[in-house]
Ligand binder design. Structure first.
Ligand SMILES: C[S@@+](CC[C@H](N)C(=O)[O-])C[C@H]1O[C@@H](n2cnc3c(N)ncnc32)[C@H](O)[C@@H]1O
Length: 220
């Protein structure tokens, strides 16, 4: 991580923000400077790590990928570079989505569709719509817990590939491993692995808020 403190990067405030309404407010004020400030100043590599794990874990993909808590579109930009061409994004913040809508690759919009929704509740995502589901930065303190994965499984087609980045402190606090293993033993997911990766260049090994557990699995 850069020499800026978590407070200077805005992370202390973000981690203290709980629930959909407070997050909508936080990201309304953060959207315009999220990339030029936080992403640059922190040495953010989280989106690249998720996309690397997603692409390395599976062979060729056909179908639409959903970027969960897409924000300004960091993951979408990375997927587009690797040739993934049909990407939808979902996020609670219209201001963050407006930034994602402006993202282009080779002169074309990165996202096919951007959906404003609160992922702590049931959404209007269609059943079985997605062949791939990815996320960075949204499964974290005060935002999304394991129950959101049930909603994502509803929207996933059989055999859909998941690579979900989960803040490693949050992963422990909300027992994501138990939730995922339980779902695997009930036959709702398969092929579960978790990979510990850095969120920032030079991440401090002793700080679990600088690391992500990337949960990789298939919907059944
Ligand atoms: C730290 S940002 C991560 C954005 C992007 N994925 C990245 O890696 O830069 C967290 C995102 O989660 C979104 N968010 C917060 N609460 C949410 C909710 N209840 N439902 C959907 N999205 C939410 C925020 O608007 C924000 O864009």
């Amino acid at each position: 991580m850069s020499r800026k403190s978590a407070e200077e990067l805005g992370l202390d405030r973000a981690y203290a923000t709980e629930g959909p309404e407070a997050n909508r407010e936080l990201y309304a004020s953060w959207a315009a400077t999220y990339e030029s400030g936080f992403i640059v100043d922190s040495g953010y590599v989280y989106h690249q790590e998720v996309v690397k794990v997603f692409c390395d874990s599976f062979s060729e993909l056909s179908g639409t990928v959903l970027d969960v808590g897409c924000g300004t579109g960091m993951i979408g930009g990375e997927l587009a570079k690797l040739g993934v061409s049909v990407i939808d994004g979902i996020d609670i913040s219209p201001e963050m989505l407006a930034e994602a809508a402006a993202k282009t690759y080779n002169g074309r919009p990165v996202y096919r569709q951007l959906i404003e929704a609160d992922l702590t509740s049931r959404t209007e995502l269609a059943d079985s719509a997605y062949a791939g589901i990815v996320s960075s930065g949204a499964f974290t303190h005060g935002i999304l817990g394991p129950e959101t994965i049930s909603e994502l499984l509803r929207a996933a087609s059989p055999g859909a590939r998941f690579a979900l980045g989960i803040n490693s402190a949050h992963f422990e606090e909300f027992a994501f491993a138990n939730w995922l293993e339980q779902h695997q033993s009930e036959g709702r997911i398969t092929g579960l692995t978790c990979e510990l990766r850095p969120m920032y260049e030079g991440a401090d090994k002793a700080d679990p808020d600088q690391w992500t557990q990337i949960a990789v699995f298939l919907a059944t």
